[in-house]
Design a protein around this ligand. Structure first.
Ligand code: SF4
Ligand code: SF4
Length: 189
């Protein structure tokens, strides 16, 4: 990280978390570890939920973003339901994902960020998802040659009428784009 320091990143993340409903509760974490013990995927995470809160406090958030941790969260909310301090940890994971995608800080091997960026581009352009465009964009970002391997499946889907070749754009796309631009300006996208 050159221009953007870990401290800047930590400060931005903390501001975003504090702005969430119940976000200020993060300051009341007692490091009990109930969240990590309740998390079905914490065994595969480099840093479990409890450690993420500790890392946030220690200003080590760039290390968390560069690990696989946030991309293994399944949004099951077990940590939120069981946290004695009422900390909205799942929402914190979403903020970490948003920040990682925004600044391009995520593990090199992960393809989740490519999927998130591709999805966001399709929605920005059409106001709705298109499976075909999403998959094409995703493969172009990750491994373009794999598109060839999907041609058989694509033609079967096409002949069964299950593949949208021409993406319909929603009515009122202008309004949606204005809303998304406003959300981006407020740091919500
Ligand atoms: S369960 Fe809540 S209070 Fe306990 S470590 Fe996790 S976030 Fe902190
Ligand atoms: S919401 Fe995410 S971090 Fe929380 S318990 Fe589920 S998988 Fe783990």
């Amino acid at each position: 990280m050159s221009e953007l320091t870990a401290k800047d990143l930590g400060t931005e993340l903390l501001q975003r978390i504090h702005a969430l409903p119940k976000g200020k509760k993060i300051d009341e974490c007692i490091q009990c570890g109930t969240c990590s013990a309740s998390c079905p995927t914490s065994g595969a995470m480099k840093y479990g939920p409890r450690e993420i809160i500790a890392s946030l406090r220690a200003g080590m958030i760039d290390k968390v973003l560069k690990s696989n941790t946030v991309w293994l969260c399944t949004s099951c909310y077990s940590c939120v339901v069981r946290c004695p301090a009422g900390i909205p940890f799942t929402d914190i994971m979403y903020e970490l994902k948003r920040l990682g995608v925004k600044y391009g800080i995520y593990p090199k091997k992960t393809t989740n960020a490519a999927m998130a960026n591709s999805f966001s581009e399709v929605i920005d352009k059409h106001g709705r998802n298109s499976d075909t465009k999403l998959i094409l964009k995703y493969y172009m970002r990750t491994s373009p040659l794999k598109i060839l391997g999907q041609m058989g499946l694509a033609s079967k889907l096409f002949f069964k009428g299950r593949m949208d070749v021409f993406t319909k754009t929603i009515k009122g796309l202008d309004g949606l784009q204005k809303m998304m631009a406003a959300a981006e300006e407020n740091g919500e996208k």
